[in-house]
Design a protein around this ligand. Structure first.
Ligand code: XBP
Ligand code: MG
Length: 258
């Protein structure tokens, strides 16, 4: 017999909100300028840099692959401290940006979260982003008590291996004492679905500009957004059970589907 759906596990960046191009990228550039560096992460370069999740890991990936001529600190500890400082400044700029209300939730997210709460489903976050970023986004979009909507917020360095490793999802489910069969994940990227599927989770995908060409093989459905009654989703791949927007009934149907 099929296991009943008990919890929804959400990625943050790209899934709850379109944070990368006009949020994280901008904040990285502000941190670079503030540190007196002439680095600029353009929209196109950032698409390539997104191959690596986690801001500190992304800066190192940039130095290793796109700015080899930069005279970086030689000792590994000094390099790590240099990157950590830059990243701390980036987090400050990013959370300041969130406070301006510049980054809204994606269509259908608020409605789906409310429906899930009403249906008695448990909610959690599984993301590679820094905890302060999650907290800032939830407070600025759901209200001061936004974080309390989620039973577990699994974020950032809480696990050593970031997505595409499954660890952040495994950690969230351990905290909730739930098996993957009782959960469903929501993701927007290839690294995200590799992580969720690595943790044996069925996964619903909502794409965005940076991830539309990613490989989402194995997703239960690929949508262009969760959709709203007056703003239907586009189905990229999979069966939408004649629905026009993602509601909890459809999430349950997708979870039950073989
Ligand atoms: C999100 C990320 C994050 C953010 C930056 O990936 O890759 O690294 O870009 O966050 P996912 P930090 O949506 O798959 O979790 O700078 O705080 O690391
Ligand atoms: Mg994401």
């Amino acid at each position: 017999m099929a296991v009943k759906l008990e919890a929804l596990l959400f990625d943050v960046d790209g899934t709850l909100a379109d944070t990368e191009r006009d949020g994280h990228r901008v904040a990285f550039n502000q941190a670079f300028t503030e540190a007196g560096l002439d680095w600029e992460w353009t929209v196109d370069l950032y698409e390539k840099l997104l191959a690596v999740t986690g801001g500190k890991e992304r800066i190192l990936h940039y130095l290793d692959n796109y700015n080899k001529e930069f005279k970086r600190p030689e000792q590994p500890e000094q390099l790590a401290a240099f990157i950590a400082d830059l990243h701390k400044s980036k987090t400050k700029h990013y959370t300041d940006l969130l406070k301006t209300g510049a980054i809204p939730l994606r269509p259908g997210v608020l409605r789906l979260l409310n429906e899930a709460k009403q249906a008695g489903l448990r909610l959690a976050i599984a993301t590679t982003t820094t905890p302060a970023n999650v907290s800032g986004l939830l407070k600025n979009t759901l209200g001061e008590d936004g974080e309390s909507w989620f039973e577990v917020i699994a974020a950032g360095d809480i696990v050593p291996a970031k997505k595409p490793a499954p660890d952040i999802y495994t950690y969230a489910m351990e905290q909730m004492n739930l098996a993957p069969e009782a959960c469903i994940a929501f993701e927007d990227s290839e690294n995200g679905i590799l992580a969720s599927q690595g943790a044996k989770l069925k996964t619903i995908i909502t794409i965005n500009g940076y991830t539309e060409s990613h490989d989402f093989s194995g997703a239960v459905i690929v949508l262009d957004s969760f959709g709203e009654p007056d703003q239907p989703f586009k189905v990229i791949n999979g069966s939408a059970f004649n629905k026009e927007y993602l509601d909890i009934e459809m999430v349950i149907q997708l979870h039950e589907q073989k």
